[in-house]
Design a protein. Structure first.
Ligand code: ASC
Length: 128
């Protein structure tokens, strides 16, 4: 899928960046930092949900070294890492459903759960 390990690293970072941009808009509305617009929230949740499926293809063998903050524990604990990825994707899908409903309270709750999954993995698997 990737010609070189650095291509995979670039890919996964790009996918996380795009996911974060779109999740961030929904999270911003959930936190009252951005005015709530149900249509915009739904559009951004949809993109974040799709993007959540992409980054993990970029953590293949040999992609532990290079321009990355990914800790070696990822490859030593790949099952646990993948379980964390799945949890994030599941919570993001719930946020997507909440955003489609247009219910701000449901969006707030679901966005909080997504944020916890982001932070959990960063605490365990991302260098400062
Ligand atoms: C975001 C983002 C993260 C998470 C994290 C949640 O919007 O870019 O990495 O939420 O800050 O704690």
């Amino acid at each position: 899928q990737f010609a070189k390990p650095e291509d995979a690293i670039k890919y996964r970072k790009g996918a996380f960046t795009v996911m974060a941009a779109h999740f961030g808009r929904v999270a911003g509305m959930a936190q009252g930092k951005i005015p709530f617009d149900a249509k915009v929230a739904a559009q951004n949740a949809e993109v974040a949900t799709f993007m959540s499926t992409l980054p993990f293809a970029g953590f293949g063998p040999g992609t532990d070294k290079g321009e990355t903050r990914a800790k070696p524990e990822i490859w030593a604990e790949m099952d646990k890492f993948n379980a964390g990825a799945k949890k994030m994707q599941d919570e993001m899908a719930k946020l997507n459903a909440a955003a489609k409903s247009g219910n701000l309270d449901a969006i707030k709750a679901a966005a909080g759960e997504v944020g916890k999954t982001c932070k959990g993995c960063h605490d365990d698997y991302r260098k400062e």
